[in-house]
Design a protein around this ligand. Structure first.
Ligand SMILES: Cc1cc2nc3c(=O)[nH]c(=O)nc-3n(C[C@H](O)[C@H](O)[C@H](O)COP(=O)(O)O)c2cc1C
Length: 215
């Protein structure tokens, strides 16, 4: 048996066309700040949401896109490889390419539906399909409100196939004082599911003594 000494394999981050793109940007920033290697796929839908919500044009060409993300995150660390949304020949489209796992943040209902149906039209869907077939961690953070029965069934199907469903649902128990703190909570909790502790978090230790319910 050959045992490899290679460094930690990369994390695949799929960003699809749902609202909540600041979560994707913060995730990328924390991954790079942790000096991790990131394989990034930004879907065509996500590029459309950046345009519509922020008035910003995300380049689809990898080199220009890397410049864009480096500038947005203000982070020069880690290793970042950007992929064109439909590059089915990318290394991450193959199960032979080793990864730590994949997170889709945010996940649009279109992407969820296509992965649940085994339809790999774009690279996010193909990479997700590969993670499922290789039984590697796949974390999906679906963003839609409300969910219809088709969404719920697709998410159930993905959970049955081995994906972990981690919707970006905020909490108040960590006493957030700003939207940034809420964003950090969501991103850190979603990457908890992958087993990565991306940044310190005010994790629940039980209520302080003056807030405990009287017996
Ligand atoms: C501004 C904007 C916000 C959107 N927000 C969502 C959303 O939160 N959830 C969702 O499922 N689709 C959302 N959509 C629709 C998707 O972007 C659309 O279905 C797209 O085709 C998804 O492409 P993708 O799955 O390849 O990324 C949004 C579209 C726009 C323009």
């Amino acid at each position: 048996m050959q045992v490899s000494n290679s460094p930690q394999p990369p994390v695949v981050l799929g960003v699809s066309g749902a609202s909540a793109q600041p979560l994707a940007q913060r995730a990328l920033q924390l991954l790079l700040a942790a000096d991790l290697e990131v394989e990034l796929i930004t879907s065509r839908g996500a590029i459309g949401v950046w345009q519509a919500e922020m008035g910003l044009r995300v380049p689809s060409e990898p080199a220009a896109q890397e410049d864009f993300w480096r500038q947005r995150t203000g982070c020069a660390g880690g290793r970042l490889r950007c992929h064109r949304w439909n590059d089915q020949a990318a290394a991450i489209a193959s199960g032979s390419f080793r990864t730590l796992g994949m997170v889709i943040l945010p996940a649009s209902m279109g992407t969820v539906g296509r992965i649940a149906s085994g339809v790999a039209l774009d690279l996010i869907e193909r990479a997700a399909d590969v993670h499922l077939k290789e039984a590697r961690p796949l974390v999906i953070a679906p963003r839609e409100l409300p969910w219809n029965l088709v969404h719920l069934r697709n998410l159930t199907r993905l959970a049955e196939a081995g994906a972990r469903i981690a919707p970006p649902v905020p909490a108040w128990y960590h006493q957030p004082q700003s939207i940034d703190e809420m964003v950090d909570f969501l991103v850190i909790r979603i990457f908890d599911v992958l087993g990565l502790d991306l940044a310190p978090l005010n994790r629940w230790q039980g209520p302080p003594p003056d807030r405990r319910l009287a017996p």
